[in-house]
Design a binder for this molecule. Structure first.
Ligand code: GLU
Ligand code: ZN
Length: 487
């Protein structure tokens, strides 16, 4: 049984650069369980230092999805707390100060290298089949030269000075000591030339100043550990306990990714997985309550939570299993509760559909028949379903056009998910494939309709798409692409 020495302060630190990811909920679940079990605090910190990719809409979606799951937080951008602000873009000065402390102590240095020099360096390393990495060129500039460059107004970044030889040994709670040869690391940028911190600097500084005791995060961040570990030492700060959770994986062992699985929390919410079922399912990833127990409530999970039970191997993100668990949770509700949940769900869904909900309806009983496809997990499709379209258009061409449509849809920002913008994308594809004759156009739109709904009539297609959840659309297009490829 793992018992923390003092009430834990833990955090999740999502970057608002895309739809809220199931991995964020997974990591939140474990962090929060430790905090709740041992009467500590769970912090939500928004890591939005990548200004080009961060968006307030995504931040809102993260907050909403976590609230939907009931994973509330004690400190965060919306509720404040003793270490506010909790959005890194609002903490810029703090990081600059700390970067300069490292400079003064000789653990970091100014690098004036131009983009051209760095590119040439990368090209050379590539040609010589060497690992990529900064070559410490500017570490060796003498003080006079640094002064001259600075006074000439040349922009610079601040890099951390990693030892070139020897190794860095760090500790991970689940894996014990790990040793990495320093020649496999390089001098990462801490502060960019515009004064913005990189992930490494902002993350380490905030964990320290926010008094985080346990850093529980995804396995992919282990690669940053030699740097983070040495930063703690350079600052002479007490280190938190690091615990890197196993990655969520497909049955074939590959990391789950948006190209292959529905990974967005909004997808699971829209198809109507009960939030407690999703928590139960995520709680089984790399963890067990003992005795092969697969069905448990969130309270049972929290009350018995033990970090020692996390295993680094074996999580499988099996959607059939999720569906099974969802069914168990639904059946475990009382009749009154179930009724309430269904009503809430349908109500929410109706709100999202707006006026479209009543299109092609005459009777109230048409509601389910007409609208079920918006939110269904999947629709039944075979290659034959596309016959109305593929009588006119080559199936391979339709398949290729679907791939393009899918990719372009995935790249849209949330505010671009509107009927006119979607139609624009559709029109561009029609033009590129020279499907400009009325019959070709109709056939392609028909194919999209079939892919989304399994049938040939829906409300106007772009309006229909606009009210659908993005990853539901992706999932449908992926299934269609698969079917169209069959012989
Ligand atoms: N901003 C990082 C992320 O999006 C945080 C990683 C960490 O928890 O240190 O996953
Ligand atoms: Zn340099």
């Amino acid at each position: 049984m793992y018992t923390p020495p003092k009430p834990p302060r833990v955090r999740i630190a999502p970057s608002p650069t895309g739809n809220p990811h199931v991995g964020t909920a997974y990591i939140a679940l474990f962090n929060r369980a430790l905090a709740r079990r041992f009467e500590g605090q769970f912090i939500l910190r928004i890591e939005d230092t990548d200004q080009a990719r961060s968006r307030p809409e995504y931040e809102q979606m993260i907050l909403e999805s976590l609230r939907w799951l009931g994973l509330d937080w004690d400190e965060g951008p919306d509720v404040g707390g003793p270490h506010a602000p909790y959005r890194q873009s609002e903490r810029k000065e703090i990081y600059g100060e700390y970067a300069h402390k490292l400079l003064e102590a000789g653990h970091a240095y100014k690098c004036f290298c131009s983009e051209e020099r760095l590119e040439a360096l990368r090209a050379r390393q590539k040609a010589e089949k060497l690992a990529y990495g900064y070559d410490k060129h500017c570490l060796h500039l003498d003080a006079k030269e640094v002064k001259r460059l600075e006074e000439s107004g040349k922009p610079y970044v601040i890099r951390f000075n990693m030892p070139a030889e020897g190794e860095t040994v760090f500790a991970d709670y689940l894996r014990g000591e790990i040793s990495v040869p320093n020649k496999d690391t390089d001098d990462k940028v801490l502060l960019k030339s515009d004064g913005m911190p990189t992930y490494h600097l902002a993350n380490v500084v905030d964990d320290h100043v926010m008094e985080v005791t346990h850093v529980i995060r995804a396995e992919e961040w282990i690669a940053s550990m030699p740097l983070h570990w040495r930063m703690y030492e350079a600052f002479q700060w007490e280190k938190p306990l690091f615990c890197h959770m196993p990655l969520l994986r497909n049955e074939n062992g590959s990391k789950i990714s948006k190209r292959k699985n529905p990974v967005s929390l909004t997808f699971y919410r829209r198809i109507g997985v009960l939030p407690e079922a999703l928590l139960n399912f995520l709680g089984l990833q790399g963890y067990s309550l003992g005795e092969d127990r697969e069905f448990f409530s969130h309270n049972e999970f929290v009350e018995s939570f033990d970090l020692e039970r996390v295993k680094t191997t074996g999580p499988v993100f099996d959607l059939e299993k999720l569906k099974h668990i969802a069914g168990q949770h639904l059946r475990a509700l009382s009749d009154a509760e179930r009724k309430q949940r269904v009503q809430d769900y349908v109500g929410e869904w109706l709100d999202d559909l707006g006026a479209l909900a009543s299109e092609r309806m005459d009777l109230l009983s048409d509601f389910a028949r007409v609208n079920w496809f918006y939110a269904a997990w999947e629709v039944d499709l075979t290659k034959e379903s596309f016959a109305p379209a593929t009588k006119r258009l080559e199936p391979e061409q339709v398949q290729k056009a679907f791939k393009r449509l899918r990719d372009e849809l995935l790249n849209l920002q949330p505010h671009e998910w509107t009927a006119p913008r979607l139609e624009e994308i559709g029109e561009a594809i029609l033009a590129d494939y020279e499907w400009t004759k009325k019959k070709d156009k109709t056939a392609f739109l028909q194919a999209i309709r079939v892919a989304l709904s399994g049938r040939t009539f829906t409300p106007p297609i772009w309006d229909t798409l606009a009210v659908m959840e993005r990853y539901t659309v992706q999932h449908r297009l992926d299934s269609a692409i698969l079917e169209l490829g069959k012989r």
